[in-house]
Design a protein around this ligand. Structure first.
Ligand SMILES: Cc1cc2nc3c(=O)[nH]c(=O)nc-3n(C[C@H](O)[C@H](O)[C@H](O)COP(=O)(O)OP(=O)(O)OC[C@H]3O[C@@H](n4cnc5c(N)ncnc54)[C@H](O)[C@@H]3O)c2cc1C
Ligand code: FES
Length: 255
């Protein structure tokens, strides 16, 4: 685990309250794998303030990118950080996604849950399908970045029908599952986003007997296994999202 003082290289708003923040973090970028997270010390908060956990959207060329939304004290304070400021970043933390796949990788995300899927899509070779859901078109994040990755086919769904299929992200997913099963093709599911979506994806993995990899978002305090704030029930008992997760095998999760 590294604790790097990282200069902010970019900090840009992309709409709907989301921002990319890019850190100059060469050692961290080289060590991170998709689905792992970093623990960021927000510079404007008091020194005793807890770090905030964020998935990694990208880690390449010595740069680590986070996609985040301001929802409370820490993230609103992070909004005020400027290019050139130094930020303490701890990581890589947790266990991420496998970066190989037997069959077609089906990536399912909502909200900032698309962040680790972007990093994963860049590392998984060959064809992959991405399913993004949101309430409205404005909630479908990073579509331009996914479009730039080789082999990605994107499916979208919105609750109000303002982009893609009107409905849930599982609607286009179910169509593709029928297609792939009809062609007797194997697939694996990878998901990050709100709990109801994760549960729906996990059920489809276990229901079809296919591997599923689910990134759980739990409130964290220490981020390094000491406080037991981030417990997720699994078939092996209580697991810590920050150590045994955040990515779990779908078959191991207890909902
Ligand atoms: C493994 C992991 C990866 C994450 N990746 C991202 C990411 O890529 N981008 C991003 O924007 N956020 C991400 N989060 C959530 C992010 O850590 C929280 O939004 C942040 O800590 C809130 O801090 P705050 O001080 O601004 O808000 P607080 O004042 O602490 O909370 C404000 C509101 O946000 C809710 N909240 C706080 N923590 C979480 C959480 N973990 N999940 C859901 N709701 C929460 C609180 O219940 C409250 O309603 C991730 C969380 C985890 C555990
Ligand atoms: S956040 Fe402390 S054990 Fe996971």
């Amino acid at each position: 685990m590294l604790n790097e003082k990282c200069r902010i290289l970019e900090h840009v708003e992309i709409g709907a309250g989301y921002r990319y923040i890019v850190f100059d973090a060469p050692k961290m970028a080289a060590a991170l794998t998709p689905g792992q997270f970093v623990h960021v010390k927000v510079p404007a908060l008091e020194p005793s303030a807890l770090r905030r956990p964020f998935s990694v959207f990208d880690a390449e060329d010595g740069r680590v990118t986070v996609l985040y939304k301001a929802v409370g004290r820490g993230t609103f304070a992070l909004n005020g950080a400027k290019v050139g400021d130094e930020v303490s970043v701890l990581g890589p933390l947790g266990h991420g996604f496998p970066v190989k796949c037997a069959g077609v990788p089906l990536l399912v995300g909502g909200g900032y849950g698309v962040a680790p899927l972007h990093f994963l899509a860049k590392r998984l070779p060959g064809e992959k399908r991405l399913f993004i859901g949101g309430r409205t078109a404005a909630d479908l994040l990073a579509l331009d970045k996914f479009a730039a990755i080789d082999g990605v086919k994107v499916y979208t769904a919105t609750n109000d029908g303002s982009a893609g299929v009107k409905g849930l992200v599982t609607d286009p997913l179910d169509d593709v599952l029928i297609e792939l099963r009809g062609e007797a093709r194997k697939f694996e599911l990878f998901a990050c986003g709100p709990d109801p979506m994760l549960k729906a994806v996990a059920m489809r993995a276990t229901g079809t007997g296919s591997p599923g990899w689910i990134s759980m978002d739990r409130h964290m305090i220490c981020g390094v296994g000491a406080c037991y704030a981030c417990i997720q029930k699994t078939v092996r008992g209580n697991s810590r999202c920050c150590i045994e997760g955040p990515v779990f095998a779908a078959k191991d999760l207890v909902w």
